[in-house]
Design a protein around this ligand. Structure first.
Ligand SMILES: [Zn+2]
Ligand SMILES: [Zn+2]
Length: 263
């Protein structure tokens, strides 16, 4: 697998939109100059082959983009253009989920939770789940406790997911706070990876650091997905399943803040 030196800029990027339950209307954030900044980031990724901005180009290392072109395929990356409290232009960058097992990389916005607490929760319960797995593997097919052990393992995983989801905190431009569970109230619950995409990470970071966004976009970087719904170097709108339900809330109050900051 070779890395294509060409990024595809032919696809029209998409603005961010979402229905707000509070106001009963749709809030949006335009593209602004984000696609241009996104294209600049693509060029940097092509020339450097890693997520780092400065220093000598590392051929390998944990921030290398090489794994994105392998078996596990690519990742969505996002760019937000904004203005800080002093009126200075700011560019924020985000990667979806974890990058190479990392939640935090210098120069990229962090996730919506306290990483240390997340890791403590995760490690503790994962250990228990692994231990149960080992016991299950050693148990005989006709062992009466087998079903009980399997049920217990399933319950533990579900509880862990619920606990991890509780660690996510969202805040909007009105200073209102919400939890992930507030947005996914039907039987299916919170979809895997909700809150880990670029758009919520970028918007939440902007809110917490008094940065007013004027543009945002996301693009896919790496080996095209098997279903071909994500192609290397193409811009995509925020995803329907995980992000759309959050957007109305996260963008609420932004229009007013934009007017204040530019006046
Ligand atoms: Zn998403
Ligand atoms: Zn609203």
């Amino acid at each position: 697998m070779t890395i294509s030196p060409h990024a595809d800029f032919s696809q029209r990027p998409h603005p961010l939109q979402g229905e707000c339950r509070r106001c009963g209307k749709e809030h949006s954030l335009c593209l602004g100059r984000a696609p241009v900044l996104g294209a600049g980031l693509m060029m940097q990724l092509i020339s450097r082959g890693c997520l780092d901005g400065g220093g000598p180009r590392p051929a390998t290392g944990v921030h290398s983009t090489l794994p994105l072109f392998g078996e596990n395929r690519g990742k969505m990356l996002g760019v937000l253009e904004g203005v800080d409290a002093c009126g200075k232009p700011v560019v924020l960058r985000a990667f979806s989920g974890q990058f190479n097992g990392l939640w935090n990389i210098d120069g990229w916005v962090p996730p919506l939770f306290d990483i240390q607490v997340w890791q403590e929760e995760n490690t503790r319960t994962e250990k228990e789940i692994k231990h149960l797995g080992a016991v299950i593997n050693q148990a005989q097919e006709n062992d009466s406790t087998l079903l009980f052990l399997k049920r217990r393992r399933k319950l533990l995983s579900r509880k862990l997911m619920a606990r991890l989801h509780e660690l996510y905190h969202l805040q909007n431009f009105r200073g209102e706070r919400a939890a992930l569970g507030d947005f996914f109230t039907d039987r299916r619950g919170i979809p895997t990876g909700a809150g880990d995409c670029c758009a919520p990470k970028l918007l939440n970071y902007a809110v917490l650091h008094d940065i007013i966004p004027f543009g945002i976009t996301e693009f896919y970087w790496g080996r095209t997905t098997r279903s071909k719904d994500r192609v290397h170097g193409r811009f995509y709108p925020a995803c329907t399943e995980k992000c759309l339900p959050l957007m109305g809330f996260l963008l609420c109050g932004l229009e007013e803040r934009q007017r204040q900051r530019i006046s």
